[in-house]
Write a protein that binds this ligand. Sequence first.
Ligand code: LMR
Length: 398
Amino acid sequence: MFEYLPVAPPDSIFGLSDAFARDIRPEKINLTVGVYKDEQGRTPILATVKKAEESLLKSETSKGYMPVEGHPEYLKAVVNLIFGKTIDTARVAAAQTPGGTGALRVGADTVIRHFPGTRIWLSNPTWANHGSIFQAVGMETPIYPYLTPDKTSLDFSAMMQELTSQGRRGDLVCLHACCHNPTGIDPTLEQWQEISELLASKQMIPFVDFAYQGFGDGLEADVLPLNALLEKNHEVIVCNSFSKNFGLYSERVGSVSLVSKDASTTEAALSQLRLAVRCNYSNPPRHGAATVSAILNDSSLRKEWVEEVDAMRSRISKMRSMFIDGMKATDIDRDFSFLSRQKGMFSYSGLNSMQADWLKNERGIYIVGTGRINVAGMAASTMPTLCSAIAECIRATT
Ligand code: LMR
């Protein structure tokens, strides 16, 4: 059987990281995968995570299975963090999942099992893995326009027009709550309100990917778009990840929440999430969720964690400005100031796939072929090298 298997193409994001690891040039720079790095290029373990892990090491008495839906205190804390200030949390059925990807898959599985033929609208562009996840469960994935032709801002009217004219009752619409991946371009709060009204009026269901809470404007401010959706829509699906804001990438900590119209549906919704989990991975891993729970449920650790998230966000925004200034200082006649309006780890740099190849081959600088750069991978010490390489790349390729 296996001799007939073709070799699959490398992953558009992780494949580049593998190539980066194999690159022996000492001055190489990795701006591909969405991982936070400090000035020294390390992906640190947060101090609060270390503290929580130390106490878990002492207090943990069993490695027995967890409930199928996950760690109970973790789930309570997550639901409070995301929905606690807006809606009656009894309306929320939540299950712990292995990362945000697991959340998307469990959410999609749950819907398609009962509503075969459900479609999900994806923004063009969207995270490289969205299409594969939803198509794997058999969903159709129509796309809605997202960017203006110069790819530096949101084409809101085109987006709304497409969803208005082509959207159908019961369609899901995948929205990035903040820090749109790959562009870093988010709707304004007023635009979120309009999106919310449109989806409610057409009875389309928001399917929200919430992977970067705290990396846009702050932990609380980043919930506001979601609140706008909840204001008008009775049913919302939210997939969240703690990979980025807790730096728990490899622990795979996330959750999927089904928000129902009222609490009477929650039990059925939770039972369906359990079914989807059970036939995927049976029950979730404990450690990451126990760590997040220990931090969110301890007021002093929680306060310290908020400061750690704020510090990561500030560093990213400093790198963004330094990059814009660095490009201004080169002799290239291209204005990169649009990057200051983008949020989170990622930016669409405007560089094309040929330029991404040039940077990789000639300078050992790795960016995704779409022009997406991980701003969180930049450092003050390597900024001059990066900016002069990009300037040279633009000169050589245009
Ligand atoms: C990214 O987009 O780089 C991250 O979300 C990591 C991933 O899984 O692709």
